[in-house]
Ligand binder design. Structure first.
Ligand code: NAP
Length: 317
């Protein structure tokens, strides 16, 4: 049960499921100190798909409490916005398009909602692949899972492609059930794919995902965007999967029993794989929302960004 006690210090909230377990509880005080935010962080936990009234209560509290400045939202991004849309004065362009928010912030009396994933997933991708990678390798991108973060990454790449940036020519997406694939196809059709060739696959079993992996070109990137390994146990692939030579294997998560990453690490030497977890995504995700909530400029790369990244990493030791 969350308690809505008026803040006596400037406060940012984390709206999630098991917020106390997140690294941000250790990281935020270090960042707050370094950035002179004079602020603290508190978590509000909800079961997935909670009662809409509970989301409204949290948003109402943040909106009305002067020292409660905003929040980062995970897991409840769609449900929270659905429940409390009328309380927001402004929504960012991606929040409107996706019907979700990961950032709640205030400007005077106005309550703002932003969907940051199409930006932060892209920043994370760029931190992992070298400049010109797709053009040089002609490799594919395979997204396991067609949920919010997977869709966000495709939107980032579509935008990049439309401005002549370097992107994969082909992106494969698989999901265990149809609904999210259909939703993704609909959004891609509405925005236009900019010439990227998207292939959508309904794959109820890990064996079917394995089969798609065998179709990928050398150097391809495979992303676990299913939450398997953190939100639920297991991996979307079987132990028999054979990763593409020189592939880049990325799990969006950094905590949990990350079986998918273990499968990749077992083949890392033999097949020359680059294996990445979701830590860099965590850093970009949080820094973009902190910048929004406190109305400060936080660069997305360079020395000042590296200081924040190193401070965060120091809590992992
Ligand atoms: N590091 C970070 O900062 C960061 C940032 C963003 C996201 N993430 C993580 O990334 C994960 C995904 O986030 P999200 O917001 O995209 O979640 P989401 O919207 O719930 O999407 C997950 C998708 O994966 C699908 N799926 C589940 N099991 C599958 C399987 N065996 N094979 C194929 N597809 C499967 C689900 O299918 P159904 O449609 O059938 O349910 C759903 O469409 C979460 O664990 C989240 O914590 C991490």
């Amino acid at each position: 049960m969350n308690e809505y006690i008026p803040a006596v210090h400037r406060t940012m909230y984390f709206i999630g499921v098991t917020t106390k377990k997140s690294s941000i509880m250790k990281v935020f005080p270090l960042w707050a100190d370094h950035l002179n935010l004079d602020a603290e962080i508190k978590g509000f936990d909800f079961e997935p798909h909670a009662n809409p009234e509970l989301y409204r209560e949290a948003v109402q509290f943040i909106k009305n409490d002067p020292l409660s400045l905003g929040a980062l939202v995970t897991t409840h991004k769609i449900d929270l916005l659905k429940a409390s849309r009328d309380m927001f004065t402004n929504l960012g362009q991606y929040a409107e398009l996706l019907g979700e928010i990961s950032s709640i912030s205030k400007q005077g009396d106005n309550l703002w909602g932003h969907a940051k994933d199409p930006i932060t997933s892209g920043l994370s991708l760029e931190a992992i692949v070298d400049g010109g990678y797709w053009q040089n390798t002609h490799a594919d991108l395979y997204l396991l899972g067609a949920g919010g973060s997977s869709l966000a990454l495709t939107l980032y790449l579509i935008n990049k492609r439309k401005t002549n940036g370097d992107t994969p020519d082909k992106i494969l997406i698989s999901n265990r059930s149809e609904a999210r694939l259909t939703e993704m196809k609909k959004i891609h059709a509405a925005v236009g794919t900019g010439g990227i060739n998207f292939e959508y696959y309904l794959c109820p079993t890990p064996e079917e995902n394995d089969l798609l992996v065998t179709k990928l070109k050398p150097g391809s990137m495979i992303v676990n965007a299913t939450g398997l390994g953190k939100d639920r146990p297991g991996s979307p692939l079987t132990d028999k999967v054979i990763f593409p030579e020189n592939g880049i294997i990325w799990d969006f998560n950094y905590r949990g029993n990350l079986v998918f990453l273990e499968q990749a690490r077992n083949q890392a030497d033999g097949r020359s794989l680059k294996v990445e977890d979701g830590w860099v995504y965590f850093i970009h995700g949080w820094t973009r929302v902190v910048a929004e909530v406190f109305h400060i400029d936080i660069p997305t790369s360079g020395q000042d960004f590296d200081i924040l990244s190193n401070l965060a990493s120091s809590t992992r030791l």
